[in-house]
Design a protein around this ligand. Structure first.
Ligand code: PHE
Length: 446
């Protein structure tokens, strides 16, 4: 049987950018930036994206397209009978832990999308929005219901395969996402006091920067660019030989960063315009923003548009994570796509339900001082993704011969420009930076 693949350059770009651009850009990036000093955080994030993220994305693309396999199968075929497939296994574990909690937050976006459409939703006080959010996520039933709908949509796209599922829907949804975020930006920028919000995003205050901020910025680069889990590796396994991998990686990185900035511009000018504290953590988009929409020009339209934006961003990322599992089950265990998609979705949804309940009736700090949902987020982005990224960098940088990666990168490319630099970064700066950040993240140094 012929292996499914992307049919066009646009399709690859839309799908890979769709994976990268997600809740990470809008929900996570903006609250991390709010909590960690605005522009200074952004600049460190930017440096991590260029120096660490981009080379790892190119490495994942190289392994994926070269082997045309899932993350475990890829390492098995390149270095049989070695421990390297463990890197792929780590990716599978990360995929389970990210998508199970991501599905819950994806459900939140659908809930807010529906609620924000009603006229009365924009009339509450800031305290009431906080109560609405807490009551909702602590409820044992409704968040699970919304999670089920979100996971159902994710399933419905992935089960159709690459060309008629993932590619088709990414091509449809990504332009819409750009359009919505730009429209919201236009409204946000016309608000009085918008300048202060822009200064928060673009004028660095270095006094806020310490090792913790750096650790967060690097972790966010991994999360936002969908790295270290084998997502980009899996998508690249469906990329044709006529495409330039470095160019595609660069375009995906630029698009992802652009949307993070555009999301910041959509949110902070409005937040400052109403003198609201930007450091409100994960509740920023679900508690602070609804209050802002109530006072904003065209709030009745901007509100639902914003939650639609979040839902689309979440969906095109969720499908990329589910595909990692489906590719693994399909190729390694030889299950058909339908069976692989059903079983993965059911497992993810069950773990996600436990995560959802850990916000309410099962709330306890049994997981290293966190509830289960927060633990899944921290465990995957602070540990699985950077460790996965580390081994991917070491693999392409040191384990494989430079001729191997150079040759794969040359296919479809005009020249070898930049290959040496990428390889050098993968050999030196990338692993060194991950080690330092990792050790400081677990409190060994810094
Ligand atoms: N990049 C996605 C986001 O920013 C999340 C994600 C992480 C997707 C890891 C795939 C792999 O929301």
């Amino acid at each position: 049987m012929k292996r499914d693949s992307f049919s066009s350059r646009m399709g690859v770009l839309a799908a890979a950018a769709g994976s990268a651009i997600g809740l990470g850009n809008i929900w996570r990036f903006t609250y991390l930036m709010g909590d960690n000093g605005g522009a200074a955080f952004f600049l460190i994030y930017l440096a991590s994206v260029i120096l660490i993220g981009l080379p790892i994305m190119i490495a994942e693309f190289t392994i994926g397209r070269n082997t045309q396999k899932n993350p475990i199968g890829a390492f098995k075929s390149l270095v049989p009978k070695s421990a390297w497939p463990l890197t792929g296994w780590l990716g599978i574990i990360a995929a389970f832990s990210v998508l199970s909690f991501y599905g819950v937050v994806g459900g939140w976006t659908l809930y807010y999308l529906v609620r924000s459409v009603s006229q009365s939703f924009l009339q509450f006080s800031p305290d009431q929005y906080a109560t609405i959010f807490t009551n909702y996520i602590e409820n044992p039933l409704i968040p699970i219901l919304t999670q089920l709908i979100f996971m159902g949509l994710t399933f419905a796209i992935v089960v159709r395969g690459i060309q008629s599922g993932i590619e088709k829907y990414s091509k449809l949804l990504m332009p819409l996402l750009f359009l919505i975020v730009i429209l919201i930006d236009v409204v946000a920028l016309t608000m009085p006091g918008a300048g202060e919000g822009l200064a928060f995003i673009f004028k660095p205050d270095w006094s806020k920067v310490d090792m913790k901020v750096i650790v967060m910025a690097v972790g966010q680069a991994f999360f936002s660019l969908s790295l270290g889990m084998g997502t980009m590796l899996t998508y690249a396994s469906y990329i044709g030989k006529q495409q330039d991998l470095k160019k595609t990686a660069l375009q995906v990185t630029v698009a992802d960063t652009l949307v993070a900035v555009l999301a910041g511009v959509a949110i902070f000018p409005a937040v400052f315009s109403f003198n609201i504290d930007p450091t409100s953590g994960p509740g920023l988009v679900f508690i602070t923003l609804p209050a802002v929409f109530g006072k904003m020009p065209f709030g009745q339209i901007v509100g639902p548009a914003f939650f639609l934006l979040l839902a689309i961003a979440a969906l095109t990322s969720a499908i990329s994570i589910l595909e990692v599992l489906v590719a693994y089950f399909g190729e390694e265990l030889k299950w058909g796509r339908k069976k692989a998609t059903i079983i993965s979705t059911v497992l993810l949804t069950l773990i996600g339900m436990i995560a959802s309940l850990s916000n309410g009736i099962w709330n306890n700090d049994a997981f290293f001082g966190m509830n289960f949902m927060d633990f899944l987020g921290a465990f995957s982005s602070n540990y699985c993704l950077p460790i996965g990224g580390f081994f991917i960098a070491i693999f392409v940088g040191w384990r494989m011969k430079p001729e191997w990666s150079n040759q794969e990168l040359l296919i479809g490319a005009k020249n070898a420009r930049g290959n040496k630099l990428v390889l050098w970064l993968l050999r030196t700066l990338v692993p060194a930076a991950i080690i330092v950040v990792f050790l400081s993240g677990i409190g060994v140094i810094g």
